[in-house]
Design a protein around this ligand. Structure first.
Ligand code: ADP
Length: 641
């Protein structure tokens, strides 16, 4: 029976006013509310927002496309009973109307009892259908809810696996979740002990501690072992109760493998000892997903341990090597520093990662290297610490990491160098007077008596040789003086003037070689702060080399220009050039390139002197050279503020 207290809305679509009147009267007497539409268009308004409880349609209106309207309405509201008002319809037409959803037919004459019955029956059908739909959707919702719960459990596990490196916690969470989603009594995660070849319980739920601690299963002859060997899940129900361990009987159980590629690391299992539950395929799928999480967690933990071990090893190496090491990231912040570097840089406050280079490096020489940002190529410099120790400092950019600075103690080398320099200076100095005496006496030889041509030639040779030795001694003395820090009185000076003076002083040589020196010097170049003696020597060495190593009649060019805070001086010649193999060495002491004939005298010290002077003025020097075409020596000096 339908609910007598409920008011039903019946919609009649019919243009037959007589029939409408009769039906309305009966329906009103049944307690219905009635709406009458004479066309489908008009009826449309009564279908929303909620459809009527009954729909009666007069057959006269069912022409052509109107049937489509009926079909659409039936599809939209499948529970809405459709009643056909027929004037005595043909069976064929009736049958053709069935697919459109009509459930009952009313024909005139309309008798109250029959009409009543049909209406009641239709409403009962409608109620039944609605209840069925409700039940069905509840069942689906329940299933969906349980799937949602499963997925939520998996998501939580995923978050915990990626968010925690504590393997104990993660594996315990996995076992807990496995027990909960499968509604089991107990859960365990067994791992293979590679050494003993046995399975032990790494995480568990609802097993007592003693059992967990003493749990050891051989791989052979055990159910869990068989999963480990086959790599395939096992599911048991109460028809086949099993012992998972001696005298430990379970009614139902699932074991799934923890697989890492082809290797099985262990087994994840849930079981019931008392409950009579049959596991389903879905439970295996869930457990397999959880097993994958467990494998990821184990792998993460292993990777973390490995990287921590590596990190510890690296730290031990870095702390124990004799060199100072400091590594900065790409934002110039500290990544690591060892004690040696801390001492060298005299860092007293406790260092912590993230300190900036400005806080770490106060030593001016080294700090200057970072003034314009991080260096893009390796830089080598020397610094002294508070204990008068000298360190060779190598700053190296490391792609993707930042910058490494290595401090190597070279104090003993410096001392050796000093001893050697002192020795060379002393010897050179002591040689100078006897050499002058030899030259003097050789020149006197001609004056004290007649000499033949052969003797004259010998005297010339002696003079040339003594000149060469004197040049060498002079160069050695110069170098010694510069290295020892003499002639270092610095002043503000106009470098272009020094260039002019030097060229003037060379006119004899230029004349002899029919060479010309041209200059291209920017106007109003700023002054630089430097030693006039040393800088004149620098220009003189570069210019005399340019002439010496160029053919007769060639031109040498001197260019000078300003670039930002630096002055660039280039000496360009059209000479013999320097072979590529010799280029890296020509600033070394006593080095002479292989393409130079031994007839051209030289000591191999000129460029070493130039380099030392450039260094003591915080500048840089380099050479570009093409064999047979010429060389360009470029010196860069900082402009004084
Ligand atoms: P040297 O006394 O031999 O000139 P330097 O130290 O001045 O010693 O130069 C070292 C070597 O570099 C020279 O022997 C020569 O081989 C090469 N060199 C220097 N300047 C030039 C130049 N302008 N053109 C070609 N070679 C040069």
């Amino acid at each position: 029976m339908t609910n007598p207290n409920q008011t039903h809305l019946t919609l009649i679509i019919s243009a037959d006013s007589h029939a409408n009147y009769l039906m309305e009267r009966i329906l009103l007497s049944m307690g219905h509310t009635v709406e009458i539409s004479t066309s489908f268009e008009q009826a449309q308004q009564y279908l929303q927002p909620i459809p009527p409880d009954l729909l009666i349609i007069h057959e006269n209106l069912l022409i052509l496309d109107k049937l489509t309207w009926v079909k659409n309405t039936h599809n939209r509201f499948p529970a809405l009973p459709l009643i056909l008002y027929s004037l005595g319809i043909e069976t064929d037409f009736l049958i053709s109307l069935m697919p459109y959803g009509f459930k009952h037919v009313i024909s005139p004459p309309i008798k109250k009892e029959v009409f009543n019955q049909i209406i009641e029956q239709s409403l009962r059908d409608n109620l039944q259908l609605r209840q069925w739909i409700l039940l069905e959707s509840r069942r689906n919702t329940q299933q969906l809810q349980s799937r949602v719960n499963d997925l939520e459990a998996l998501t939580r596990l995923g978050q915990s696996v990626t968010g925690s490196l504590d393997l104990d916690v993660v594996l315990k969470e996995i076992v807990d979740a496995a027990v909960e989603v499968t509604g089991s009594e107990e859960g365990s995660l067994l791992l293979l002990d590679e050494k003993s070849g046995e399975l032990y319980m790494r995480a568990s739920r609802n097993f007592n501690d003693d059992f967990v601690n003493t749990f050891r299963l051989p791989i052979q002859d055990s159910l869990a072992g068989s999963v480990l060997r086959s790599g395939k899940p096992v599911i048991l129900d109460e028809k086949t109760p099993q012992k998972i361990k001696t005298s430990y009987l379970v009614n139902s159980l699932i074991y799934v493998p923890l697989k890492l590629k082809e290797k099985v690391l262990g087994v994840l299992g849930v079981d019931n000892r008392h409950k009579r539950v049959t596991f389903k395929q879905n439970d295996i799928s869930l457990l397999l997903a959880m097993a994958e999480f467990a494998v990821i967690a184990i792998q993460n933990a292993n990777l973390f341990n490995d990287s921590e071990n590596e990190q510890n090893k690296l730290n031990a190496i870095i702390q124990n090597i004799e060199d100072g090491v400091l590594v900065l990231d790409q934002d110039n912040r500290l990544i690591l520093i060892n004690n040696v570097a801390e001492n060298i840089l005299n860092i007293e406050s406790p260092v912590n990662p993230g300190m900036t280079i400005k806080e770490l490096i106060l030593e001016p020489e080294l700090a200057a290297q970072f003034e314009y940002g991080m260096p893009t190529e390796s830089i080598h410099t020397e610094i002294n610490d508070k204990d008068e120790q000298t360190y060779s400092t190598q700053i190296t950019p490391i792609p993707g990491v930042g910058t490494a600075i290595i401090f190597h103690n070279i104090t003993y080398l410096k001392k050796l160098d000093q001893i050697k320099n002192d020795f060379v200076s002393t010897v050179s100095h002591d040689l100078r007077s006897p050499l002058t005496a030899i030259l003097g006496y050789v020149e006197l030889l001609e004056r004290v008596g007649p000499i033949n041509n052969t003797q004259k030639e010998f005297i010339n040779r002696v003079q040339t040789s003594v000149h060469n030795i004197t040049n060498l001694v002079d160069d050695l003395l110069n170098l010694g003086r510069i290295e020892a820090g003499f002639d270092t009185r610095k002043e503000f000076l106009d470098l272009s003037k020094l260039v002019e003076f030097t060229i003037e002083g060379m006119h004899k040589v230029l004349q002899a070689q029919q060479q010309t020196i041209v200059t291209e010097i920017e106007d109003n170049l700023p002054h630089i702060f430097g030693s006039p003696v040393q800088l004149r020597q620098l220009i003189s060495n570069l210019l005399s080399n340019a002439c010496k190593y160029s053919p007769i009649g060639s031109t040498v060019k001197v260019e000078m220009r300003q670039e930002k805070t630096q002055l660039l001086l280039s000496v360009i010649d059209e000479g013999f050039g320097i072979p590529a193999i010799d280029l890296p060495h020509i600033f070394e002491k006593f080095y002479r390139a292989g393409n130079i004939s031994t007839d051209i005298s030289g000591t191999g010290l000129g460029l070493a002197i130039v380099k030392t002077i450039v260094d003591s003025h915080h500048g840089r020097i380099w050479v570009d050279s093409v064999i047979g075409k010429g060389s360009i020596f470029t010196v860069v000096l900082p402009i004084s503020e």
